[in-house]
Design a protein. Sequence first.
Length: 136
Amino acid sequence: MPTITCFEEIEAWQTARELAKLIYEFTDEGKFARDFGLKDQIRRAAVSIMSNIAEGFESQTQAQFVRYLGVAKASAGEVRAQLYVSRDVNYLTDEKFFKLFQMAEKASRQIARFISYLESHPQTRRVKEDSAEYEV
């Protein structure tokens, strides 16, 4: 696996970003837009996926990174559960449901593979700054 230098390069983060964008788009339509509780919860869960990947990447140790990835994966599961509710109450068409569900599953699989990779390649410290300059 090539070296990743910033969280934006992580495929799972890119997938989560697209998922969050679509969640925001679809939750602004019809009855979904007026269900503030579900709308807020599913948006928070979608944003949590990408946020935890980023926060974990920026953490100091690989163990912390893996923990944050686990939280991101859990948030992907939360999005999937909320998508069922959204479909069951007819806020989403089957087409929109499946598109979002597949994207949430993809993010979850990508995160799981990334966790497996990191656990099979342990390092004590991840943070590296090539030429940081600090002024006081």
